[in-house]
Design a binder for this molecule. Structure first.
Ligand code: V47
Ligand code: SF4
Length: 386
């Protein structure tokens, strides 16, 4: 079997690469075959340089980041994804579920740190009803209405629809009314049916993930997209995934950013699979930048990639590093060695050392003007914050 981390073999002047470079420079869309060649064979440095051209044409020398905090409301989960080290059973010692007071405390902490965003994803608790999840959003929003709530993956939204027996539009509208601002990109994993049942049996499938993001976009909610790579999938599955995202983006334009997520094997049922190499990480960033010609942003999520690879990724197509990310659990449970949060000055350093100019954005990619913990978005006069 060919490894999914196979070394590239083609020369930089391979005619297939030259043809791809010509297409990219002329603004022509890359095909499935182009993507397969880039993923399996293309010379990594040439591919990175081409992705960097696209990135610099769109964003110049800027790398975006945001000031955010995470909240994983519960780790109890009815599913047993084989790549997940975070989940717990109801009676496990490590099982937890946030109370309203704990959630309020977390968002007040976010405010005192000057965060513009709270990122909320978690497990699907066996005993919690829809009201618990919607109430959590209400509590957060009422405590700090100025902080954008990016919450619930499509898998969670599908679960709420199952719990309430109501359509996805209804679930999303209730959440929006409670204060939901946008959807994160998680739960996408790998859409393809040859892979999905092997890594996350039973949970919402690829078609449902797409359907839920379409519904969110139609309700005016923006969302992100991810792809979990470096486990049992192969190039053709990754390309299928990227093309499905590209096609939904053509239809709705509702995606803001794509985040390739590097698989972290520790403490998971796939612990025998080695962690993706930095070469593979960089290839995925460049591949995404070249294939997703209708996505504005490609995020190099520093928590997953490690700080050094996230720095290099800024020259391989990425224009965003995510954020300060205080209280991250999902990747640290799976062995991520990065810190559980970074100060703004450390994020600035990560960006400046890579030769880029840091620009703080909010969740919707508007520029943030800041004085300490007080901030406003560009063009708005009122300063917000502690
Ligand atoms: O769907 C879980 C991934 C996702 C592991 O939208 C793992 O800005 C690697 O939604 N190794 C949830 N990945 C996280 C998520 C997210 C993260 C960052 C930014 C955004 C955004 C969204 O985390 C899951 C799954 O794909 N995940 N376990 C693991 N062991
Ligand atoms: Fe549950 Fe999410 Fe972990 Fe899957 S990835 S087991 S849905 S918490």
């Amino acid at each position: 079997m060919v490894s999914q981390q196979q070394q590239a073999t083609a020369r930089p002047d391979d005619p297939r690469f030259l043809q791809i470079a010509r297409k990219v420079r002329q603004g022509e869309r890359l095909s499935l075959e182009d993507g397969l060649f880039l993923d399996r064979e293309a010379d990594l440095m040439s591919m990175g340089r081409l992705a960097n051209e696209v990135r610099e044409k769109r964003h110049g020398n800027i790398t975006f980041y945001n000031t955010n905090i995470h909240l994983n409301p519960t780790n109890v989960c009815v599913y047993r994804c084989r790549f997940c080290a975070f989940r717990a059973d109801l009676r496990d010692e490590k099982a937890y579920a946030f109370t309203d007071d704990q959630a309020r405390e977390r968002i007040l902490e976010a405010r005192s740190r000057g965060a513009t965003e709270i990122h909320v994803v978690g497990g699907l608790h066996h005993q919690k009803k829809f009201d618990w999840y919607v109430n959590l959003i209400r509590v957060l929003h009422e405590a700090c209405p100025e902080i954008h709530i990016k919450a619930w993956t499509a898998v969670e939204i599908a679960w709420f629809s199952f719990l309430t027996k109501k359509p996805v539009d209804w679930v999303l509208s209730e959440m929006k009314a409670a204060g939901l601002g946008s959807l994160p990109g998680g739960g996408a994993e790998i859409f393809h049916d040859e892979v999905r049942p092997q890594i996350c049996e039973h949970k919402a499938d690829g078609e449902n993930w797409i359907r839920i993001h379409r519904a969110a976009h139609q309700l005016g909610l923006r969302s992100n997209a991810t792809m979990l790579y470096g486990h049992v999938e192969r190039a053709e599955h990754r390309l299928d995934h990227l093309l499905r995202l590209r096609s939904l983006q053509d239809e709705t334009g509702g995606f803001q950013t794509f985040i390739p997520l590097a698989f972290h094997p520790d403490n998971t049922k796939l612990a025998h699979i080695p962690k993706p190499t930095a070469r593979m990480d960089l290839r995925m960033v460049a591949l995404a930048r070249l294939m997703l010609d209708n996505f504005d942003h490609i995020k190099a999520y520093w928590i997953m990639l490690g700080e050094e690879t996230a720095q290099v990724a800024q020259s391989f197509g990425a224009d965003d590093l995510d954020g300060t990310v205080v209280h991250e659990l999902i990747y640290h449970d799976a062995g991520a060695k990065t810190p559980e949060g970074l100060t703004v000055s450390k994020l600035h350093r990560l960006i400046q050392e890579a030769g880029r100019v840091p620009v703080e954005r909010d969740t919707l990619y508007r520029r943030v003007v800041r004085e300490g913990a007080k901030w406003s978005v560009e063009g708005e006069l009122k300063m917000i914050g502690a």
